[in-house]
Ligand binder design. Structure first.
Ligand code: GLN
Length: 468
């Protein structure tokens, strides 16, 4: 077995026992990079010497791939955008500091949709990433580089971010475990903001146990992010030991099972997953989240509104690209932004600015916030009835490049992942099987209440065990 094939648990055990060092793992991953990255394109940059030097200084650490919007001191952080080409981070994000303290080192920058806007990584301005299971198809997005790196055995594990589904959907497409923590569980300091009331960093791994290990390192209170409460971080890896479905009540939200447009193979695999959970002892009950149908509309008001404010900082003055055509300060802003941002980012900025403008604020933004509260209440109520929800993760398996040209059909990819993001609860995607005709991986989604990651990981682990 090659070292790049290892998961977090095995890699940690190996470096602790002295079977191999962090530098050995990094060398193995570099070898794999040269063999595979031309085809897969999971990574934007790979500072080989820097990664090796860091590994030599930390022989017992485990290297982790990082989505290109998380700041690591001295490394580029482009968010896969032309506007940040050449930008080098002056500091470490809190998640990176936490990782280092937890025995990991950041290595390699994973491709993504520009500023995390998208579901296929086709919106990257800097490169194409292909699905390791079928290179004619997308890896999902926006954490598509991270997912392709994990699914293609090009790293031990990776960090992604999820605003409306960007950890879970690509995890489903690339056969990895992905976990979106509850809002506030993990610090956002140093993570380039897309929609600040939704963004969360989370693990993308080869097993549920690996996700538990990484989440334990990532999570916790941070003075630099006021949304992270001072709650102790449970010992997730310890808590999932012996996880089972005995006594677990699993809810099937009926709104997630009656949707038009769900691929029949995804439906079959999800139904089969539910049957396996039941056979392993879970009690299955149908539940209702009645405001689900409004979630897409609410998300595509709130997320662009927040993005339009967050992206105002990229003005050609402080960071990255500065237009050479500018003749005064106003044209410096407009030209730099016109040249630097891609079409999807511009679309979001325009939508966000529109819904926040004085004549439309109450009708769109204000109303969306109210409906968001109703969506959140649906989840609060349902978690009084059941321990966890089981749902499809994405309506289809990985699709072909160019298949979702129309932005609206692309947005529909996040149908099942957006409501839980709006509610701020935690959710995972766990590999569930392969389509019969095309042999593509499909994940199933589990959702638990806010700060119930231990429960979520237990249910995910119990499912992983009964699926083997
Ligand atoms: N695909 C969704 C979007 O484009 C979600 C992205 C994300 O979670 N970062 O906004």
């Amino acid at each position: 077995m090659k070292l790049y094939e290892l998961g977090v648990k095995e890699a940690q055990e190996g470096v602790v026992k002295g079977d191999f060092t962090c530098a050995d793992i990094v060398r193995s991953v570099i070898e794999r990079f040269h063999e595979k990255n031309g085809e897969i394109g999971a990574y934007l940059t790979f500072d080989e010497e820097g990664a090796l030097a860091l590994a030599e200084r930390n022989p017992k650490a485990v290297p982790i791939a990082v989505k290109d919007l998380i700041n690591v001191a001295g490394q580029p952080c482009t968010c896969a955008s032309k506007i940040l080409r050449g930008y080098v981070s002056p500091y470490d994000a809190t998640v990176i500091k936490n990782l280092k303290a937890g025995g990991f080192i950041p290595a390699r920058r994973a491709n993504m949709d520009e500023f995390a806007m998208g579901s296929s990584t086709e919106n990257s301005a800097l490169g194409v990433t292909r699905n390791p299971y079928d290179t004619t198809r997308v890896p999902g997005g926006s954490s598509g580089g991270s997912a392709a790196a994990v699914g293609g055995n090009m790293c031990i594990a990776a960090l992604g971010t999820d605003t409306g589904g960007s950890i879970r959907q690509p995890a489903s497409f690339c056969n990895c475990v992905g976990l979106k923590p509850s809002y506030g569980r993990v610090s956002r300091f140093g993570v380039t903001a897309f929609a600040s009331s939704l963004d969360q960093v989370g693990p993308m791994t080869k097993s549920v146990e690996d996700a538990a290990i990484l989440l334990k390192a990532l999570a916790g209170h941070d003075e630099m992010d006021g949304t992270t409460p001072d709650e102790p971080v449970p010992d997730y890896p310890e808590l999932i030991k012996g996880a089972s479905f005995k006594g677990v009540k699993l809810g099937l939200p009926k709104e997630y099972f009656n949707t038009a447009g769900i691929d029949p193979e995804v439906k079959r695999i999800t139904d089969e997953a539910v049957r396996r959970c039941a056979a392993a002892g879970a009690e299955i009950v149908e539940v209702s989240l009645p405001h689900t149908e409004y979630a897409m509309a609410v998300y595509y008001i709130i997320a662009p509104a927040e993005a339009s404010a967050n992206l105002a900082r990229f003005d050609g003055v402080r960071y990255g690209h500065r237009s050479a055509k500018a003749s005064d300060v106003f044209s410096l802003y407009t030209q730099s932004r016109a040249e630097g941002f891609g079409p999807e980012v511009k679309r979001r900025i325009i939508m966000g600015t529109y819904v926040l403008s004085s004549g439309y604020y109450d009708a769109y933004y204000g109303r969306a916030q109210k409906v968001r509260t109703l969506i959140k209440r649906d989840f609060d109520r349902v978690f009084g009835e059941v321990d966890a929800l089981i749902t499809p993760c994405a309506p289809t398996p990985a699709f072909k490049f160019g298949a979702n040209q129309d932005p609206l059909t692309m947005y529909l990819n996040d149908l099942y992942t957006i409501p839980s993001a709006l509610a701020g609860v935690c959710a995972s995607s766990v590999p569930a099987g392969f389509t019969r005709d095309t042999n593509l991986p499909v994940g199933v989604q589990f959702i638990c209440g806010g700060f119930e990651e231990a429960k979520l990981l237990k249910v995910s682990k119990a499912y992983e065990d009964c699926n083997h």
